[in-house]
Design a protein around this ligand. Structure first.
Ligand code: ADP
Ligand code: MG
Length: 322
């Protein structure tokens, strides 16, 4: 199978909303009046971002999911994406499930594939996603204010638990592993929540490198500090607190939740007066949100125990070059 045959067979589809899709030198995308384009790019490299054993269908899903998650964090509606793909061999047995997982998530979010580039090389998937957001209405990292509540969507920490099992550092009952593995391999970008939070959240980011590490980006860009209720944080994992055959200490749970990464949930702030609006956004998008702390003056993160006493905070987050 040659380069052009594989592009045509797996990745070229008739344009829907785009004025021109893949197949020419450029794709053409119209932007509605009063809207801005939100653009984000994420690369997935074998051995770095995924294990070589991952099912190609879920790799296709995740490659787009991590990009849609960035649009979600800005409150943008997905429009289209491009796909730059390097792979060692052109094999239908790999390409078919990869394209299936990728395009199923794309269709679920009405986000069309409008072009890309295909080359031979070590497996590497780079997607650029385009979304739209009302001009001036994007959720930014810089808008958190002292006194705001701090929230996170969905569940956090389970992808890290799955990674620990894959690494051989932890053994867990089969059902627990299956659920955690799905969180790691099939993250659900919180696009509907992000859109519902326009005008409600004061700042937002998606949790990819770890909750605390990503929170620090909001704090730095907003010039504020934060405190987190650890007794709430430990309840954020989907893995129940009590599972027969699973010994997970509170400290370990806290570590997975605060520094685990790969969760693709939204971490956001909203003014205290906006609590009802946050709940309405959660209901409208059918996405659970949990208030885990608040924004305060300063520049650091204080972890508080049940009694409100400050605990040591030595959590790091993932950094490719650290
Ligand atoms: P060019 O030589 O102009 O770079 P290519 O030969 O690389 O064009 O690609 C031909 C067409 O196929 C282009 O429209 C490009 O956007 C599209 N395309 C290439 N690779 C992919 C891919 N992986 N997914 C979707 N479209 C692709
Ligand atoms: Mg090209």
């Amino acid at each position: 199978m040659g380069e052009f045959e594989l592009i045509e067979r797996f990745f070229l589809r008739p344009a829907r909303r785009a004025a021109l899709g893949g197949g020419d030198d450029c794709a053409l995308l119209a932007v509605a009046p009063g809207m801005q384009l939100a653009i984000s790019c994420d690369m997935l490299v074998e051995g770095r971002h995924f294990l070589s054993t991952v099912d190609p269908q879920w790799l296709g899903h995740k490659a787009l999911a991590v990009n849609l998650s960035d649009l979600a964090a800005c409150g943008a509606q997905p429009l289209a994406f491009s796909l730059a793909l390097a792979m060692p061999r052109a094999e239908a047995a790999w390409l078919e499930p990869f394209a299936r997982g990728l395009l199923a998530l794309a269709d679920a979010h009405d986000c069309e594939l409008i072009g890309g580039d295909t080359t031979q090389g070590p497996l590497n998937i780079c997607i650029t996603v385009f979304g739209e957001v009302p001009a001036g209405g994007a959720l930014l990292r810089s808008g958190a204010r002292v006194g705001d509540d701090l929230y996170v969507s969905g569940t956090v920490g389970d992808a890290r638990l799955a990674l620990e099992v894959f690494r051989g550092g932890l053994s867990v009952p089969q059902e627990v592993f299956a659920q955690a593995r799905a969180r790691m391999e099939q993250p659900a970008p919180r696009v509907a929540l992000g859109i519902a939070l326009r005008g409600v959240a004061s700042a937002a980011i998606d949790v990819s490198d770890g909750l605390l590490g990503d929170l620090r980006h909001i704090l730095k860009q907003s010039g504020v500090g934060a405190c987190i209720q650890t007794e709430v944080a430990v309840t954020l994992m989907a893995t129940p607190l009590e599972v027969p055959g699973l010994e997970l200490s509170t400290a370990q749970r806290l570590d997975y939740v605060l520094a685990g990464g790969d969760d693709y949930e939204l971490l956001f702030t909203a003014p205290h007066e906006g609590r009802a609006a946050v709940q309405a956004a959660a209901a409208q998008s059918a996405t659970a949100v949990t208030r885990i702390g608040s924004i305060e003056s300063g520049s650091s993160v204080r972890l508080l125990d049940r009694q409100g006493q400050q605990m040591p905070n030595s959590y790091g987050s993932f950094d490719h070059f650290a």
